[in-house]
Design a binder for this molecule. Structure first.
Ligand SMILES: Cc1ncc(COP(=O)(O)O)c(C=O)c1O
Length: 429
């Protein structure tokens, strides 16, 4: 098996895809292989990209945008009528399993299939959304899946994810710590039918799906579905999402779709420095821009109009919402979760209000906290990038749970540190 990391260079997609091995894509059972037909905004704008970037469409696009109403208790906001904000509903990317990771893995799957790989591995924490998205969607795309999992605090949502992962056919192995993950991956290296994704899928190819998401948002603004946001707030873990959005927000400005001045991207890290820091996000964004430029060929002029240093200036990182670290509840995140819970209760009494998605403790609670902190000084409409899947999760049988590696069974037996969230109904068709 080959690790993806060494092929993350900007030229890999343009030069490295064996288009003659695309035949293996013919076997994909239930997903679209044509990103133009799949309404991926990036490919709609540049259809020739599909010739150099084998893609597997796993999500239903465009994802909706919602206008949300938060009660007056929003911190720093004296407005007795409460606060209006916008949400990009990436929680609804797929009824099978949604969230931001769906867009990250589409390019990875396309490349794996084009290269004749049969199993794709994700690495993540025990309750990883990335691993679960990989397992659920690999089965739909005709790939086998594997997950190398490392410990994290026990939370109800992370427990539910692992139980759902156990319900899939994913091959699961554990590593005691993030630093041991390369060793776990190297053990698998001998089999050319297997491939291991970089943690979080964070290479330019993974970020490209989010370039498309930002263009999709710009197209929604151009259609009048929402006003042009002044700020887009997203949580950052592996940084694939933030880096791709940063490029896409600027690409939309270069194409004059939705806005001429790109919205500021506010990234809220879920892990301490140097992970998900501004330099790390900007580095991946620049590499993503290079991949785009190389892949666009004759159309690359538009990407040339984006100044790499403008990307860094268009990014703000708010790292005040980490609390005790990755996977632990953070005080500002928990306050945001309570506020969204109140907004949900309010929406239940007021049919004119849209029901907001509930926030998860690890990711969207932190980005919502960053968004609430931003509100008093916001320069215009604020948009929250909702990244946690809203799809109902499968429950593994007792037998499937018993088959999990022992560290995972022990972890599932630990009491979760937070109360379970009500799953909002999935309403994206
Ligand atoms: C629900 C959710 N939101 C946001 C993120 C962060 O995305 P990225 O890893 O692309 O930075 C993750 C990463 O796992 C996630 O699972």
């Amino acid at each position: 098996m080959l690790a993806d990391d060494d092929r993350a260079g900007p030229n890999c997609a343009a030069g490295g895809h064996a288009l003659d091995s695309m035949d293996s894509l013919a076997a994909t059972p239930s997903v679209l292989r044509d990103p133009v037909a799949g309404q991926l905004e990036l490919f709609l704008r540049f259809p020739r990209l599909a010739e150099v970037l084998p893609w597997v469409v796993l999500g239903a696009y465009p994802t909706p945008v919602s206008r949300l109403h938060l009660p007056a208790a929003a911190p720093g906001h004296g407005n007795p009528r409460g606060v209006e904000l916008w949400a990009k509903r990436e929680d609804l990317t797929s009824p099978h399993y949604g969230g931001n990771k769906v867009r990250t893995i589409e390019g990875h799957f396309g490349r794996a299939l084009a290269r004749g790989r049969r199993r794709i591995w994700a690495t993540g924490a025990y309750g990883s959304n990335h691993a679960l998205a990989t397992a659920v969607h690999a089965a739909r795309a005709g790939l086998d899946s594997g997950a190398i999992l490392v410990p994290q605090p026990a939370t109800a949502t992370a427990h539910a994810n692992l139980r759902a992962l156990a319900a899939t056919t994913c091959m699961i192995s554990t590593a005691g710590h993030w630093l041991l993950r390369p060793a776990a991956a190297v053990r698998l290296l001998s089999d050319p039918a297997e491939v291991v994704m970089t943690p979080g899928g964070a290479i330019p190819l993974g970020a490209l799906g989010h370039v498309s998401a930002a263009l999709e948002l710009a197209a929604q603004v151009a259609r009048g579905e929402l006003p042009a946001p002044a700020h887009v707030v997203v949580t950052a873990g592996s940084t694939a999402t933030a880096a791709g959005l940063l490029v896409g927000l600027h690409l939309a400005a270069a194409l004059e779709i939705g806005w001429r001045r790109p919205p500021q991207l506010v990234a809220v890290p879920v892990a301490p420095n140097p992970f998900a820091s501004a330099p790390m996000i900007a580095l991946l964004a620049r590499a993503t821009l290079r991949l785009l430029r190389n892949s666009l060929g004759a159309d690359s002029g538009v990407a040339d109009r984006i100044d790499a240093s403008a990307l860094r200036r268009g990014l703000r990182v708010d790292s005040h919402h980490n609390g005790a670290g990755y996977g632990h509840p953070s005080p500002s995140g928990e306050a945001a979760r309570r506020l969204f819970q109140e907004a949900t209760e309010l929406a239940a009494q007021r049919p004119d209000l849209e029901r907001p998605p509930l926030l998860d403790l690890v990711y969207t609670a932190r980005s919502a906290a960053g968004m609430l902190a931003l509100l008093p000084d916001a320069q215009g409409p604020v948009l929250h990038w909702m990244t946690k899947s809203a799809a109902p999760l499968a429950e593994a049988s007792d037998t499937a749970i018993e088959k999990l590696p022992r560290p995972l069974r022990r972890w599932l037996a630990q009491p979760p540190v937070e109360a379970p969230l009500d799953a909002p109904p999935f309403d994206n068709g």
